[in-house]
Design a protein around this ligand. Structure first.
Ligand SMILES: [Zn+2]
Ligand SMILES: [Zn+2]
Ligand SMILES: [Zn+2]
Ligand SMILES: [Zn+2]
Length: 341
C-alpha cells in the first residue's frame, strides 16, 4: 500500500548488521520455550544407562551416553526424531501467531495538546522538527496564543512556539539535529528524503534503508513497513518476498496499520481467508479503512459471516470515536492537507 514519499533532511552512518536485529527478534519468536514431558534426560535412549548427556543434535529430545550409542540408535530413533521436529515446528508457528495477532499498540499515541488519539492517516498529524512532537491537524490548525492570551501570528509550533523553519536548509538542519539526538521520526523522515530524492537529497535507496533500520530499532514501526516494501519491490535490495513478509509482520506488531493491511491482502491472495480476516480486523481497529473493504470482499465471497463484517464496521467506528474532534473537523474542512480519515 502506501510507500514513502515527501520531505525532510540529513545524512548518517551506515551498518549492515541492522538487519540482524529483526532477524533475531523473529528468531526469538520462533524458538522460545518447549519440552517438559518426553524422554528422561538422564537415561540413554539406546542402552538405558543413567547419566547420559549426549543429546540428539536434531531434535534435542533423545539423550545418549556417547556418540557410539547415538549412532547405534539412529535408525530406531529416526521416526520419533521427525515427529519431535514436526511438533516443535507446529508449536513455534503457534507461538508466532499468538504474538502476531495480539492487539498492537496505537502507533502514534495521543496528541500532546488535545490528548486525543492521533489519526493513522498521515495528513491527520504533523511532526514538529523543533520539539519532535507529533501534533494533530486540529491543534496545528488552531490559533496559537502567548502567555497573555494574545493570538500569536501563525507559523509557530503549537507545542513549543518555535517559529516554523522558513527555508529548506533550515528545515533540513533541524531534522539533522533531531536525528543526532536519536529521534526515530526524524531518522525515518530523512530516510524518506533519501528514498524519494526530494528536499535537497540525492536519491539513495541503500541510505534510506539504513536509516529506516535505525528508526525501526528505535521503535518507529512504520520504518519496518517501508523496509518490507523495499524487499517486496526490490528497491535498494534484491526482491525477497519472505523478508518482505517478516518486516511487515514486525511493523504490524508495532502498530503499523498499513503493514497489517499488506499482510491481510497477501493472505487473501493465497486464499487464507481466516488469517486475512484476523489481520484486517486489527488493521481496521487501527484506522485502516481499506481493510474494511477487504473484509467486505471476503464476506461477499462467502468466506466470512455477516457478523464478521458487522464486527469490522464496529471496530472502525471505535477507531473513529477515538480520533474524531470538532477542531480536527474544522481543520480538515478548511484545508485538505488536514484530512484525517
Ligand atoms: Zn548408551
Ligand atoms: Zn532426534
Ligand atoms: Zn491535538
Ligand atoms: Zn515545537
Amino acid at each position: 500500500m502506501s510507500t514513502p514519499g515527501s520531505c525532510n533532511v540529513g545524512a548518517s552512518k551506515s551498518n549492515d548488521d541492522d538487519v540482524c536485529e529483526v532477524a533475531g527478534k523473529l528468531e526469538k519468536m520462533k524458538t522460545s520455550e518447549d519440552n517438559e514431558d518426553e524422554e528422561d534426560v538422564s537415561v540413554c535412549a539406546n542402552c538405558g544407562k543413567e547419566g547420559a548427556n549426549n543429546v540428539c543434535n536434531k531434535c534435542k529430545k533423545a539423550t545418549y551416553c556417547n556418540a557410539a550409542c547415538k549412532k547405534k540408535h539412529r535408525h530406531k530413533h529416526k521416526k520419533d526424531c521427525e515427529e519431535h521436529l514436526r511438533l516443535a515446528a507446529e508449536r513455534a508457528a503457534e507461538l508466532h501467531d499468538e504474538e502476531l495477532f495480539k492487539e498492537p499498540p496505537s502507533q502514534y499515541g495521543d496528541c500532546p495538546i488535545c490528548f486525543l488519539r492521533l489519526p493513522t492517516l498521515h495528513t491527520g498529524w504533523r511532526y514538529q522538527t523543533c520539539c519532535g512532537k507529533v501534533i494533530c491537524g486540529g491543534c496545528s490548525y488552531a490559533p496559537v496564543y502567548d502567555n497573555q492570551g494574545n493570538k500569536v501570528d501563525k507559523h509557530k509550533c503549537p507545542f513549543c512556539r518555535t517559529p516554523d523553519p522558513i527555508t529548506e536548509e533550515e528545515a533540513n538542519e533541524r531534522d539533522k539535529k533531531r536525528m543526532e539526538a536519536g529521534d526515530p521520526i526524524a531518522i525515518y523522515n530523512i530516510g524518506r528524503n533519501y528514498y524519494s530524492g526530494l528536499c535537497g537529497y540525492k536519491q539513495d535507496y541503500k541510505k534510506a534503508l539504513e536509516l529506516w533500520h535505525r528508526a525501526g530499532e528505535l521503535g518507529y514501526a512504520n520504518a519496518y513497513n517501508n523496509i518490507g516494501y523495499c524487499y517486496n519491490s526490490g528497491r535498494g535490495v534484491e526482491v525477497d518476498k519472505g523478508k518482505a513478509k517478516q518486516y511487515y509482520e514486525v511493523a504490524a506488531m508495532g502498530g503499523d496499520s498499513t503493514a497489517r493491511h499488506n499482510l491481510g491482502n497477501n493472505e487473501v491472495r493465497v486464499g487464507n481467508y481466516d488469517r486475512a480476516l484476523k489481520h484486517s480486523m486489527i488493521a481496521v481497529r487501527g484506522g485502516d479503512s481499506d481493510s474494511l473493504v477487504i473484509i467486505k470482499g471476503i464476506y461477499s465471497k462467502g468466506h466470512a459471516t455477516k457478523e464478521d463484517y458487522t464486527k469490522g464496521l464496529q471496530l472502525y467506528q471505535e477507531y473513529m470515536t477515538d480520533i474524531k474532534s470538532e477542531q480536527r473537523d474544522k481543520a480538515a474542512a478548511a484545508d485538505e492537507m488536514h484530512r484525517y480519515y
